[in-house]
Write a protein that binds this ligand. Structure first.
Ligand code: CO
Length: 434
């Protein structure tokens, strides 16, 4: 399979983005930085908003969600919005508030399971901590991003000599007792706690006593990589769904003077059901849309008219066919890595796609000269969901659920295709230009 240099570069820029984004809060900071570098102006929710015609803006809520938009050249009520939605969070392990304790001379970290990770994949990895920490300063409370660079924590497997059936029955880890990580030696829990606070304080260049609280995730320090004979595959953590965030962002920053108003909504908490102030079930996107309408003098009638003229692409990763597990897939809906974006359909509205929105996406693929595939889950297996149905219900906008094919969804080391990333970016560009 021939991989062109620019396709490889685009995939490399995705891997660089993921490696700089070990938590959703880091991902949003990275996205904001890229937007700023491309002339987007940052808005704050607590300030009044004023727009210039054709202006480019973004707004962050709770550090984990970001909505970026470009005002269109045509009247909003007539041309509507072209929206792309994706999520910034990935399943994994999150530190408990009082995480550190000592056990048999070792310092350990207690963790909660965030969303639905494949827990076995977190064993024997070079893990570290990243997230945000709220501290006391002379000017009041401040929240800082923090990332420990070195691998500091590990979840070693139990030797096969004490777990003889692991290859027959799979690795089963009790979520309370099987997941605490080892991160050093400590005679008692007070020392274990101090070790953790000192590590964080050193990176933040503050005193350990200044730390109030945190949202911290375990991340894999191994960087993203290419693999396959022609280096046509990529592997990294968080491809679900930072790959879609990166494709949406790449498409947005390369679009010039769109006729419709473009919106990228990259939201948090999808992996735990989206019910939060910064998730798809919350008010964030609608609040931004309301303020766009208010600030551009669009009345309610005009807004509802705009919604009816809009199209929403919900981009989240899809399940590529795995040849060793053919029985797990719907036989007529195998989707292949590097064969193009996948349109996801579910009659029970776990995906928002319908005949009309699927056809509209197919049309965009044709315009962008991009192949597409169609996916349905096995009828006898429970189907996952996305932000698509939530957004469709909340906004009443025609919506399609799509995503690039990938293997090992929710593993700490997922994999996908180099070509698909360029394909998805190209079709989202076509959407923004439509
Ligand atoms: Co996802």
């Amino acid at each position: 399979m021939h991989i062109a240099d620019n396709d490889k570069q685009h995939a490399q820029s995705l891997l660089d983005f993921i490696d700089a984004s070990p938590s959703p809060w880091h991902a949003v900071a990275q996205i904001a930085e890229t937007l700023r570098a491309h002339g987007f102006k940052g808005l704050r929710e607590y300030e009044p908003w004023q727009f210039k015609a054709g202006g480019k803006y973004f707004v962050v809520r709770d550090d984990g969600a970001i909505v970026a938009f470009i005002l269109g050249q045509q009247a909003l009520s007539e041309s509507g919005f072209r929206l792309v939605g994706a999520h910034t969070d990935s399943p994994g392990l999150r530190l408990k508030p009082k995480a550190a304790y000592a056990s048999n001379g070792l310092a350990q970290l207690g963790v909660e399971v965030y969303g639905g990770p494949i827990l076995a994949t977190f064993t024997d990895r070079d893990l570290s901590l990243a997230g945000r920490v709220t501290v006391s300063t002379s000017e009041g409370m401040k929240t800082h991003l923090v990332k420990l660079e070195q691998a500091i924590a590990r979840l070693p497997n139990l030797a096969i000599h004490m777990n003889r059936e692991v290859n027959e029955k799979g690795l089963v880890l009790n979520k309370q007792t099987g997941l605490p990580l080892i991160y050093g030696h400590a005679a008692d829990s007070a020392i274990a706690q101090q070790l953790l606070l000192q590590q964080l304080a050193a990176v933040l260049e503050i005193a350990p006593e200044a730390i109030f609280s945190w949202d911290l995730a375990l991340y894999d320090t191994q960087k993203g990589s290419f693999w396959g004979l022609d280096q046509e595959f990529i592997a990294d953590s968080q491809l679900d769904n930072l790959a879609s965030c990166h494709a949406a962002l790449s498409a947005l920053i390369t679009t010039v003077k769109p006729s419709s108003t473009l919106i990228c909504a990259l939201l948090d908490h999808e992996e735990v059901g989206s019910e939060s102030s910064s998730g798809a079930g919350g008010s964030f996107l609608l609040d931004v849309i309301d303020r766009i309408c208010l600030s551009t003098g669009i009345e309610n009638e005009g807004k509802l008219q705009a919604f009816a003229n809009s199209f929403f692409i919900s981009a989240d990763m899809a399940h590529a066919f795995h040849p060793n597990h053919a029985g797990s897939y719907e036989p007529c809906h195998h989707v292949q890595v590097n064969h193009g974006p996948v349109i996801k359909t579910n009659a029970n509205q776990r995906y928002s796609t319908n005949a009309v929105t699927a056809a509209r996406f197919m049309q965009l693929c044709k315009q962008a000269n991009v192949p597409y595939q169609q996916y349905a889950h096995r009828t006898d297996l429970g189907c996952g969901s996305t932000i698509g149905p939530i957004m469709a219900a909340q906004l009443g906008i025609a919506t399609v659920d799509v995503g690039n094919p990938m293997w090992a969804m929710h593993s700490i080391r997922e994999s996908a295709g180099v070509l698909d990333h360029r394909y998805m970016t190209a079709v989202l560009q076509a959407h923004f230009a439509s």
